[in-house]
Each structure stands twice: as structure tokens, then as C-alpha cells.
Design a protein around this ligand. Structure first.
Ligand code: SF4
Ligand code: SF4
Ligand code: SF4
Length: 328
């Protein structure tokens, strides 16, 4: 069995302290515990005194790369897991951040727990501690009952079950040892959910998406959390010209989602943060997985896995049939 040294919070804090005290970074972006045991919050640490607020636990799901758009000129240290590091690769290629302004602290990650799955096996109000022992998760309930034990695989986010990049693909410091992908995880993604929809007649497919998207309240949480949605002036918030109204009408909602999907061609790395934060449980990941699948089939391009290849919409060859096909 592979022996893995998992990084600890002490090592992360030590690294942050060193970066801040030496002036190598102006801010360090990590996680901090919240009152709710099943969620963490992003933490923006500015000096050594604040370093001890940093946390690292089984619920650190947020993709912190999304906050880099706030700090385009400052020197930033930040924590990334494997999936988050893919966003950094695309942001670097699209010149949204400067490599010399970043100190990337990579943390190999063997799966993050989905609070909804944990809540399905145990009332969150009764939980006093959640810890990992081998392949098992132990949920302590103090005086409210005996501990609940569950295989970790039952409780992690779905994306973690097929994670091909548990070790960050780009970093300056790695906390702990690299982790191998799970058995069965493949760097060539599977798109079973997308293929299922592709096989439906167009009218049925349209009905499916109308039903899903009609739930949308246009809170914009999905675009705000997305690391790859980085325009300084967002199309959807402009009043002059106003591309969509502020009303909750199906036409504007559809326009928002379809245009955002097109903007994600060659950018979306499938971090699924949009789907995680959607308060209406819309399967947004399926839209972006369709975009990824098309990008792979038409351009042989998989976002976030290599610094060498450029996103398809950043390059153009005259007579390139794939670009024509995408637009069709
Ligand atoms: S997808 Fe991979 S790197 Fe991302 S949280 Fe899950 S296991 Fe960790
Ligand atoms: S997060 Fe969900 S409800 Fe909010 S705008 Fe996005 S899809 Fe609509
Ligand atoms: S569209 Fe969703 S899955 Fe894609 S990068 Fe943005 S938040 Fe992540």
C-alpha cells in the first residue's frame, strides 16, 4: 500500500508565516474554520499575527483561485488542491495573473467531504467532530449519540471519485507528498451524463434545460464563484447597453447561461464550484462538461493540464473547420 505523508496545517501556517515575514507576498489566501463545522470560509491573511487563523481540514472545497481577480498587481500566496491548480494554469495562459506575483502552496488532496452527503447520514446540529481514519470517516456526536462511521468514498464530492489530478500540477511549495490518482481515474474524462443528454431528441433536451433553467433566480453566485469569469466589466451587470433585463424571464435566463457557456470554451476546468454554490440545485456542471467535451473532440484541448498548449479560442488558423463547427 502506498505510504502518503499528508501535509498538516502547521506546515501550511509555517509556509504562510515565512512568505509574509520575508515580504515575498503581500497577502496569503487560505481557509479558516467557520461556526458551521461542515463548511470553511476563505481567509485573507495580511500579516504574521493572522496566520494562526488558517485552517486545513476535510471540508476545504473552495477553489481559492477565484480570488486572484481581486489582486491583479499584488504578490499573493495561496493554497491550491489539484483541481484548483488547473484554474491557475488557464489564468496564467490567459495573462490574468503574473507567475512572478504568485507563490503557490500546493496541497495534495485525497478527497473533500460534501456537506450535503454528511448531513444525509447525520444531523449536522449533533456533530462535534469529523475525522479521517484510514479509508473511513468518523463523525463524533458527543453526548448526542455514538459515532457514525462511513467509508470516505460515500461522503466525498462526486468529482473527487474520478479525480485524475489529486496533486497540484503547478506549485512552488508542496505540503506533503504527491498522491497518485485513484484506481480507475483517467486523465481522459468520461462524459456519461452529457452523452445521455446528447442522445435525447432536441425537443426533449430543450424541455429538460427549460425546466432546469427556469429555476434560476439569477443570483449570479455561479459566475461570481467561477475563477474563469474574470472580466473587469461584466456583460450581465452593464446597464448601457443592457444585454439582458433584470427580470426573471426565461429568455434572459437562457441567454445568460448560453453566453456564459460560450465564454467558458477552453477555459472551464470543471472545478464545479458553480454547481456547488447554486442555491437552486441546477446541474450547471453538465453544461460546462458539454463545453469541455466539445473542446476535446473538436480541438483536442483539455483546459488546465498543460502550460504548453493554448486555449482554442486564443488561436486561429484560417480555414480551421473546428472553429466553424463550434459556432454552428
Ligand atoms: S477533485 Fe481531486 S483535488 Fe479536487 S477536491 Fe476532489 S480529490 Fe481533491
Ligand atoms: S447560481 Fe444558480 S440560481 Fe444563481 S444565477 Fe447561477 S444558475 Fe441561477
Ligand atoms: S464554469 Fe463552473 S466548473 Fe467551469 S471553471 Fe467556472 S466554476 Fe468551475
Amino acid at each position: 500500500m502506498e505510504t502518503v505523508k499528508i501535509g498538516t496545517i502547521e506546515e501550511i501556517r509555517e509556509q504562510a508565516r515565512e512568505l509574509l515575514s520575508s515580504g515575498a507576498v503581500d497577502h496569503f489566501i487560505g481557509y479558516e474554520a467557520s461556526e458551521d463545522l461542515l463548511h470553511v470560509a476563505p481567509s485573507f491573511v495580511r500579516n504574521e499575527q493572522e496566520v494562526d487563523t488558517l485552517a486545513w481540514n476535510l471540508f476545504c472545497i473552495n477553489n481559492l483561485a477565484t480570488y486572484l481577480k481581486r489582486y491583479r498587481t499584488e504578490k499573493i500566496g495561496l493554497i491550491v488542491k489539484g483541481c484548483d491548480s488547473r484554474s491557475l494554469i488557464e489564468l496564467l495562459k490567459l495573462n490574468q495573473i503574473k507567475r512572478e506575483n504568485l507563490h503557490i502552496v500546493g496541497v495534495p488532496c485525497a478527497g473533500i467531504l460534501d456537506p450535503q452527503k454528511v448531513a444525509a447520514v447525520c444531523d449536522p446540529a449533533t456533530i462535534t467532530e469529523v475525522r479521517e481514519e484510514g479509508d473511513m470517516i468518523i463523525i463524533e456526536r458527543g453526548t448526542r449519540g455514538p459515532p457514525i462511521e462511513q467509508p470516505k468514498d460515500n461522503l466525498v464530492f462526486d468529482k473527487c471519485l474520478t479525480c485524475a489530478y489529486p496533486t497540484p500540477l503547478v506549485y512552488d511549495t508542496l505540503i506533503g507528498n504527491p498522491i497518485r490518482p485513484r484506481r480507475g481515474a483517467s486523465s481522459t474524462p468520461h462524459y456519461d451524463d452529457v452523452e445521455h443528454l446528447e442522445m435525447m431528441p432536441a425537443t426533449e433536451r430543450l424541455a429538460f434545460w427549460n425546466e432546469q433553467l427556469n429555476k434560476c433566480i439569477r443570483c449570479y453566485a455561479c459566475k461570481n464563484v467561477c475563477p474563469m469569469c474574470f472580466c473587469t466589466e461584466c456583460l450581465w451587470e452593464k446597464r448601457d447597453p443592457q444585454w439582458v433585463t433584470k427580470y426573471k424571464n426565461p429568455r434572459d435566463i437562457f441567454t445568460f447561461h448560453m453566453i456564459r457557456a460560450y465564454h467558458m470554451v477552453g477555459r472551464c476546468t470543471g472545478c464545479l464550484e458553480c454547481e456547488r454554490v447554486c442555491p437552486m440545485d441546477i446541474p450547471l456542471g453538465t453544461i460546462f462538461r458539454k463545453i469541455q467535451k466539445d473542446g476535446l473532440e473538436l480541438f483536442d484541448y483539455q483546459p488546465g493540464v498543460s502550460m504548453e498548449t493554448m486555449p482554442p479560442l486564443s488561436t486561429y488558423d484560417e480555414g480551421d473547420q473546428a472553429h466553424e463547427d463550434l459556432l454552428r
